[in-house]
Design a protein around this ligand. Structure first.
Ligand SMILES: Nc1ncnc2c1ncn2[C@@H]1O[C@H](COP(=O)(O)OP(=O)(O)OP(=O)(O)O)[C@@H](O)[C@H]1O
Ligand SMILES: [Mg+2]
Length: 588
């Protein structure tokens, strides 16, 4: 239950709406309080008028008809007013719950964006999505319906019960005694219902992840002719889903009949005991009618107490799951709010990094420096730590030991956002959004226009390609759009990095799917455009980096060779081996 305290700040934010809602609940209950009494009065009038006789005389009959019309009008007027205020109460409390839901979703989303990449590696995407949709909507059930019904219950109990006691304390005691039983029964049923619907929900997400995986892997499935296997897998999961759902439906079907049975029983009880009391002369006949209506008025909110309890439990569990993520601190923090200029030499000093989740040490005591405007080439076998090094420079991760500095300042002291803005990082895996080509390139910059987008596309050597598409820059990519080739994707993501005119270039093997000539042309473009800008080029191809001002060869996270192309060739070590091998294979 403690978890729900997180919501207090939102209650405070919407306090006026909340209090207004309570006032509306109170008012609607007041309007509900009197009609049962009027109806009771009507019964009394009729039973008094007839007395022991079987008929009425003319004058008496007209008088009674008037009285009845008067009470009928009152009952109607009160019902209309009650309805009106019920409308208002939903408009305030339920609307408040929707507003808090909106705020809470934004709060979570905002927090997600701050968290480091390692958080995303630890948690599944489905889980992140669930907390922002499924869990938040459970919390909303608490904020809206649960609060509404509970306040309604408290208010109606505190209004109706004193009224009942004022009529007959004894009858009140009798007719209210079965209510706790009702609460327990409804609580039990709704707990079972919730448990079952949770199971159904889990199975549903399993089903959707199976189909999602099938659709995204459809090429592999088709080329390995595994359609029947995929179909089977889906069918089994769907069968499971059906069985679980049917079992939920069974309990669901039980819920309302049970409720109506229990309410019917308490009505019966009221009439029986009320009848005995009226015969004994302790109450009037009309009071039985009043009590029947009151008991009906109370049973619904009281029965909903059982339902509300299970909603609150679920909401608390959901909020706890949400809090768990909200408590996560970003591992990479921005340590200054002031903006800092990012320029100067880049220096790695004894940098080591271990991935905490797998314990793999990806970099060991790596040191080098790049003068402003120089180009560094990095080469090394698969898994030698190249991408890790690139990620450390844009502070996607922070090193465990050693320092990275730019212009003699530790990058941890620089403004994180300025740093990331200054680095034109093209990651190893080109990721494009399902949007137009134009927007995908413009994404890189805050103030782009047609000219800058076209220029970036030209520099990245993809302009002609794009103009060849029917819709040119308006071509949609990805879902519902065209699928680009590997090389096109890579060049598009280079254009996205170039458009921001960064201070540094950081290319992580992002030309691997481009032929050697195009690669040379792109690198040449970039070099002439950014004369005074430092550049780090990571590649598996020795040809891409042979012109660099210095070359680093990484092996198992360590620098094993370092120098100019010529020096390394003379050394005749790992680099020379890679270069000669690729020369023979015709990769250069
Ligand atoms: N997110 C991660 N969590 C745990 N271990 C990782 C993670 N990313 C990489 N590693 C490990 O760190 C080591 C270095 O990986 P890295 O991606 O830096 O290699 P790389 O040189 O870029 O390889 P490639 O040439 O294939 O791109 C590898 O052993 C890899 O398994
Ligand atoms: Mg890599």
């Amino acid at each position: 239950m403690k978890a729900l305290r997180h919501l207090n700040k939102y209650f405070w934010k919407y306090r006026f709406r909340f209090v207004l809602g309570l006032i509306f609940i109170f008012t609607s209950n007041i309007f509900g309080l009197y009609p049962p009494i009027y109806i009771g009065e009507v019964f009394n009038i009729i039973s008094d008028a007839f007395g022991n006789k079987n008929s009425l005389d003319e004058t008496n009959s007209a008088l009674i008809k008037n009285q009845l019309a008067y009470y009928a009008f009152l009952v109607l007027a009160f019902a209309v007013c009650k309805g009106l205020f019920m409308f208002f109460m939903r408009q305030t409390i339920i609307v408040m719950s929707r507003m808090i839901e909106y705020d809470l979703k934004n709060e979570i989303y905002n927090h997600y964006q701050k968290l480091s990449i390692s958080f995303y590696k630890r948690n599944k995407t489905g889980d992140l999505m669930n907390r922002i949709s499924e869990d938040v909507s459970r919390v909303r059930m608490f904020l809206g319906p649960a609060i509404l019904y509970t306040s309604n219950l408290i208010i109606s109990i505190s209004l109706v019960i004193p009224k009942m006691i004022s009529i007959s304390p004894k009858l009140t005691l009798y007719v209210l005694s079965p209510l706790p039983l009702l609460v327990i029964a409804i609580y039990k049923v709704s707990s079972v219902m919730n448990k079952k619907s949770e199971i159904v929900q889990r199975q549903l997400s399993k089903l959707s992840s199976i189909s999602q995986e099938t659709f995204s892997g459809i090429r592999v499935i088709k080329s390995y002719t595994q359609e029947a296997f995929a179909q089977n897998q889906f069918m089994n999961a769907a069968e499971d889903y059906k069985t679980k759902n049917l079992s939920l439906v069974k309990v669901n079907a039980l819920f309302f009949p049970l409720m109506i049975l229990l309410i019917g029983l308490s009505t019966l009880f009221t009439i029986y005991i009320g009848g005995l009391e009226a015969i004994a002369g302790n109450i009037q006949v009309g009071h039985i009618a009043t009590f029947v209506i009151y008991v009906n008025m109370l049973t619904w909110p009281v029965a909903s107490l059982g339902w509300v309890t299970s909603i609150v439990q679920r909401a608390a569990a959901s909020q706890e799951r949400i809090n768990e993520f909200l408590r996560e601190d970003p591992e990479v923090k921005n340590n200054t709010t002031e903006s800092t200029k990012i320029e100067g030499d880049i220096e790695f000093n004894q940098v080591s990094f271990t991935y905490s989740d797998t314990g793999i040490q990806a970099l060991k005591n790596v040191s080098f420096s790049i003068k402003q405007g120089e180009t560094l080439g990095i080469i090394g076998k698969i898994g030698s730590g190249k991408s890790t090094l690139a990620e450390l420079l844009c502070r996607i991760n922070d090193p465990n030991s050693g320092t990275i500095s730019i212009g003699n300042k530790n990058i941890k002291e620089l403004n994180l956002f300025d740093l990331r803005n200054a680095v034109g990082y093209v990651p190893q895996e080109a990721f494009l959004f399902s949007d137009t080509i134009y927007n995908n390139i413009a994404f890189g910059s805050h103030n782009s226009d047609d000219n800058t987008v076209y220029r970036a596309a030209k520099q990245a050597g993809i302009f002609e390609n794009i103009m060849g598409f029917k819709r040119k820059f308006d071509t949609l990519i990805g879902e519902r759009g065209i699928t680009l080739s590997g090389g096109q994707k890579q060049r598009l993501s280079i254009a996205r990095a170039l458009i921001r005119e960064p201070e540094f270039m950081l290319f992580d093997d992002c030309l691997s799917a481009v032929d050697v000539e195009t690669e040379e042309r792109i690198l040449q473009n970039i070099k002439t455009e950014s004369k005074n800008k430092s550049c780090i080029i990571i590649s598996h191809r020795a040809s891409s980096i042979k012109h660099a001002d210095q070359i680093i060869v990484l092996k198992d996270g360590e620098i094993i060779e370092h120098g100019l192309h010529k020096t390394l060739m003379d050394l005749n070590g790992e680099y020379a081996q890679i270069f000669n091998k690729q020369l023979v294979e015709g990769k250069q």
